[in-house]
Ligand binder design. Structure first.
Ligand code: USQ
Length: 381
């Protein structure tokens, strides 16, 4: 397939590009380096430097023999979007091109409006571009489990059948997000659902939980590793805990630590995206999968990291800190996640070996850890 990866520079975008390129697909990555700029602006650098996209594609070509094309520009700008779609006429679009951080979206009015503008306008531009340049191509959009929030009933995969006054109808499962970022993901799902109904687009929405990890089959050469953020804005919780364990920084459990989420290894993100592309949604279908492999509370993650780090001789403490977020710290959580398993996903679970490998890598990069960026207390209220 000829595949466009929008947001191809990010934590997940670049590993996805290599993975699909390695499987023989023709890949073009598109990015405007927004993530790199936001990190610089907020003084939260990743653990190690990552080469730019042109350099990454040169290294990947030398190793794999595969060419990945690069286009740099802003997907909020229609003239650039048109140029990209005209030049590539893709069979499929993987849409990662969003501001992905919940805490960033709660920083300020400016950060909030940037998140709304970027995430919604880019999604809308993709819809218009598909209609105009490649109406048969499929869209795989990265959504988030956070769209559902933490309701006191089981979470279905995208849809809920409602019986009301002796009649039945299927609706999008009720969504009630816990941050402005997560709210924009609800809104872009609504945009896509509207145009699926109007224009028969074929869309898969992958409702992803927090991702952890660094290593994939394609990045044995460390110059090809993804960004590894461990700061409060862009680091996901398990990646943060691994770095905190190595730095001797007490693991920052927010509040009671009973917050439960569905987690997945970065390898499984790549597999889920590939499986969705290989078995596409039908025209006129919004297909939704809950994309995670296992659930943990924050307390459980902290204990797991403490144990694995202890085996490496690291002395780790866990500290409950004031929760900067407004979220339930103890709650019911039972989301279904059978769709991707049925497509063929073979999960990579969180084992001690996985944690040990991450810890050892971070130990070798310990000098790069800047502890001031770990806990900045970006308040939800
Ligand atoms: N948490 C702590 N301590 C920390 C950091 C986080 O207790 O030091 C807690 C948070 O309060 C939250 C949970 O850990 O309850 C997960 O936090 P996170 O920062 O790993 O994840 P989140 O902000 O929800 O966002 C991440 C990605 C986002 C994706 C989302 C999936 O950044 O792009 O959409 O995970 S989900 O959480 O399922 O919505």
């Amino acid at each position: 397939m000829n595949i466009l990866i929008l947001g191809g520079d990010g934590y997940l975008g670049w590993p996805t590009a290599m993975h699909l390129s390695g499987k023989g697909h023709e890949i073009t990555v598109v990015d405007n380096y927004l993530r790199r700029r936001m990190c610089r602006d907020e003084d939260v650098e990743p653990l190690f430097d990552v080469p730019n996209l042109f350099e990454r594609t040169r290294i990947w070509k030398a190793i794999s023999g595969n060419e990945v094309k690069v286009m740099i520009g802003d997907l909020m700008d229609w003239s650039f979007v048109a140029e990209v779609f005209e030049a590539t006429k893709p069979d499929a679009i993987v849409h990662y091109a969003e501001q992905p951080s919940a805490p960033y979206s709660m920083l300020s009015r400016r950060a909030a409006t940037m998140t709304i503008q970027n995430n919604l306008l880019v999604t809308a531009n993709i819809v218009f571009a598909v209609k105009e340049f490649c109406s048969k191509s499929q869209i795989v959009k990265i959504g988030t489990m956070g769209e559902y929030g933490t309701p006191n009933i089981d979470i279905e995969e995208g849809w809920l059948e409602v019986a009301h006054q002796n009649r039945r109808e299927k609706f999008l499962y009720p969504r009630q997000a816990g941050s402005l970022y997560h709210t924009t993901k609800i809104m872009d799902t609504d945009l896509l659902w509207f145009y699926v109904r109007m224009w028969d687009l074929a869309v898969t929405d992958l409702m992803q939980g927090p991702v952890y990890g660094l290593f994939t089959d394609e990045n044995n050469d460390h110059r090809l590793l993804p960004f590894f953020n461990y700061d409060e804005l862009f680091g996901t919780v398990l990646n943060r805990f691994v770095v905190q364990a190595v730095a001797g920084y007490p693991l920052t459990v927010y509040g009671k630590g009973g917050q439960t989420r569905g987690y997945l290894n970065i390898r499984d993100t790549l597999n889920c995206v590939r499986l969705s592309l290989e078995k596409p949604a039908e025209p006129g279908q919004l297909r939704i999968f809950n994309q995670f492999t296992e659930t943990f509370t924050v307390n459980e993650l902290a204990e797991r990291v403490k144990k694995a780090a202890g085996a490496l001789g690291l002395k780790v403490t866990i500290r409950s800190v004031e929760n900067p977020r407004k979220e339930a710290e103890e709650h019911y959580y039972n989301p279904r996640h059978t769709g991707l398993l049925e497509l063929g996903l073979k999960p990579n679970y969180l084992t001690d070996d996985v944690l040990t490998r991450m810890l050892e890598f971070v130990m070798a990069h310990k000098d790069g850890i800047k502890t001031h960026q770990i806990y900045k207390k970006v308040k939800w209220d």
